[in-house]
Design a protein around this ligand. Structure first.
Ligand code: TRP
Ligand code: ZN
Length: 468
């Protein structure tokens, strides 16, 4: 027994010299090891987008915007939940100056490196612990060049005393700190203060306007989950035009002051379109819908949630239907990875054709789809199933993507196809999907194994023959 103190002393010394892990680890199992979250969520196209270790529930962006100079200042209050025992975490933010960061009201140390804002916690967080981060920041936001669509700058854009925000896929981080990946959807409050007489439109419902004399605060509330690339703010000389849709959805469009009459005519059928898609797919996912049309040409439109952004030259019936259809597919049901953009664009493109079929008949649809088939085959359009950063929005993604759905419809017949559309929507609404989810749902609803059939449409270099 005399040896025991000696042994303990030896163990104690060994502990100090080489660390206690082999000896005390079994006793220590219950205590969590606090680790930093990763600086990305493993997206195959954008490895640095998003961050692991936490899940955002709600963003409150309280920003004063100087529209003359394009300078913003204010705060982002981010309510999140740790998804692991957390010692540090990242937000995505590009440009801007960060003044202070607090977590649960305690000032914290932060470091900036490229798009990563890394915050070290003074008190580590247990898994599932809710926490509130406040980032006080400001500056002149700089939009991000798009490597594929050279006429687009992602994020916060400023032109002729007008602001518009179009962020797909990565631009949200140009104007607020964010877990910038669609797998982390959240709800939002946008409190935007501007000089009179500018008007602010944003996602969701305008819940309050506060008049400060020469300034005005607009408070917009997005009550359903939203992917960061779908957040938008538009500031300018707009007129709000309201109408009531058939489906209890308030329609409120924002048009440039001197285009109100003409654009009101162009968008007079929005209610009818909402009714059509609601019948076909399932209830419209949000409380309101509308578009904001810029006073200058853009060359694009974007399906920003509940408030699609349009260049005036884009307001054709086809594009109007496309951006509206995205509210179901793209916005309520969102791609989980950026190499599967066909899940957004193929659906919106096919649904835009279904609106035209509704108005002009099945023959019109079939004829149009066959024309695209010939065009795609002639152009050797690559398969849409997996894309790279420079081809996220290629013609293949849109048109071969739409053909995946048309081929499925021809294969299983209209009735099962409508059932598939409704089931897929109901199942994944408010969440994210992968192509595997799509195939599994098609197999289940049809009662057939369509994996090989669909794989050929998605991944074969050559387009398969049109199903009889
Ligand atoms: N999703 C848009 C559409 O199909 C196109 C688009 C992709 C876009 N990236 C964008 C538009 C960036 C504006 C900004 O309607
Ligand atoms: Zn689209």
């Amino acid at each position: 027994m005399k040896r025991l103190p000696v042994l303990l002393a030896f163990l104690w010394l060994a502990c100090i010299l080489v660390g206690c892990r082999p000896i005390v680890a079994p006793l220590d199992d219950a205590a969590p090891a606090f680790l930093p979250g990763e600086a990305g969520v493993g997206d195959p196209v954008f490895p640095l987008l998003g961050n692991s270790g936490y899940d955002v529930l709600h963003y409150t962006l309280d920003l004063n915007v100087d529209v003359q100079r394009n300078v913003i200042s204010g705060s982002a209050t981010i309510l999140a939940e740790a998804t692991q025992p957390l010692s540090a975490f990242n937000l995505d933010l590009l440009g801007m100056t960060v003044e202070t960061v607090t977590v649960n009201e305690a000032p914290t140390i932060f470091v900036r490196d490229g798009q990563e804002l890394t915050i070290t916690l003074t008190e580590p967080l247990e898994a599932r612990a809710p926490f509130t981060t406040v980032v006080v920041y400001g500056g002149a936001p700089e939009a991000l060049a798009d490597p594929e669509l050279d006429f687009i700058s992602q994020g916060w854009n400023w032109r002729d005393e007008t602001v518009f925000v179009v962020s797909e896929p990565a631009g949200a981080m140009t104007w607020y700190p964010v877990n910038n990946h669609p797998t982390d959807k959240a709800t939002y409050t946008l409190r935007i203060t501007v000089d009179e007489p500018h008007v602010v439109a944003a996602n969701g419902v305008l819940v309050e306007e506060i008049d400060h004399g020469d300034q005005r605060t607009y408070i917009w509330e997005m009550a359903q989950p939203m992917a960061s690339y779908l957040t938008t703010v538009a500031i300018g000389d707009f007129v709000r035009v309201e109408t009531q849709a058939a489906e209890n959805v308030l329609i409120r469009h924002y048009f440039p002051t001197n285009e109100v009459e003409q654009l009101s005519r162009v968008f007079a059928n929005t209610g009818e379109m909402i009714a059509f898609y609601s019948d076909l797919i399932g209830e419209y996912p949000f409380d309101e819908y509308g578009v904001v049309v810029m006073p200058f040409a853009l060359g694009f439109a974007l399906e920003t949630q509940t408030l699609s952004v349009f260049g005036p030259e884009m307001t054709t019936e086809g594009v109007n239907a496309h951006e509206l259809a995205h509210q179901w597919f793209g916005n309520a049901v969102t791609l989980a990875r950026w190499d599967q953009t066909w899940l957004n664009e193929g659906f919106a493109t096919y649904l835009q054709r279904l609106w035209l079929e509704h108005k002009l008949g099945r023959e019109f649809l079939d004829k149009g789809m066959r024309q695209y088939y010939t065009m795609l085959a002639g152009a050797s359009a690559p398969p849409p199933g997996i894309v790279q950063e420079d081809s996220l929005f290629s013609i293949s993604v849109y048109e071969r993507g739409a053909w995946v759905l048309h081929a499925l419809r021809l294969k299983i017949g209209d009735e099962l196809f409508w059932e598939f559309l409704r089931t897929y929507y109901a199942r994944f609404k408010d969440g994210v999907v992968t192509t595997d989810d799509f195939i599994a749902t098609a197999n289940e609803v049809s009662g057939q194994d369509l994996t090989e059939f669909l794989n050929a449409w998605l991944y074969d270099v050559e387009m398969p023959p049109i199903p009889e």
